[in-house]
Ligand binder design. Sequence first.
Ligand SMILES: [Fe+2]
Length: 189
Amino acid sequence: MVESPLQSFIDTCRACADRHPEPADAVSAIAPHMHALLETAGSFLKPEHLRADPAHYARNAIYIAPDSSLSLFAIVWTPGQWTPIHDHGSWGVVGVLRGILHERSFIRTDVDRGRDEDIDLHRGGVLLLTPGTVTSFVPNPDHIHITGVPEDAPPVVSLHLYGRNMDSFHIYDVATRSRQRVNVEHNES
Ligand SMILES: [Fe+2]
């Protein structure tokens, strides 16, 4: 039996992660496969993966490994929907399928990056991630950003692979210079 593009991608990512314990090496190895996956997304994405939610961006699970070592989500962003400022606690590889995903970076400059208070966070640059773009991040130091879609822009669909079950992350409050760990919800497929 011929393996589906999705199963092949998952198997390849697991092999890459096993072969490359250094996260920067893992995302470098996986990024081309995410780029190729975008080409075949029409063959495996189901209507439930493309669900939007008027209240917030919608995280639709495509695959969550039984051992929580990998997870893949289709995220659907309607105009005006943004994440909070967050990190990931994991490596990740993101591919944009439709629309232009805006990413605004933040740079943390205090030395003790494990601290939840007295955080020095500075606004960084912006990236406009167009269809076919693949981007990635690694932990320690973690990438801190917000992503989303402006009010006047078309909706976005993006694929997000993480090196863990991405069910929680830190969100940052610039005004109080603090962060807290919160659970993040997703739709099952
Ligand atoms: Fe993120």
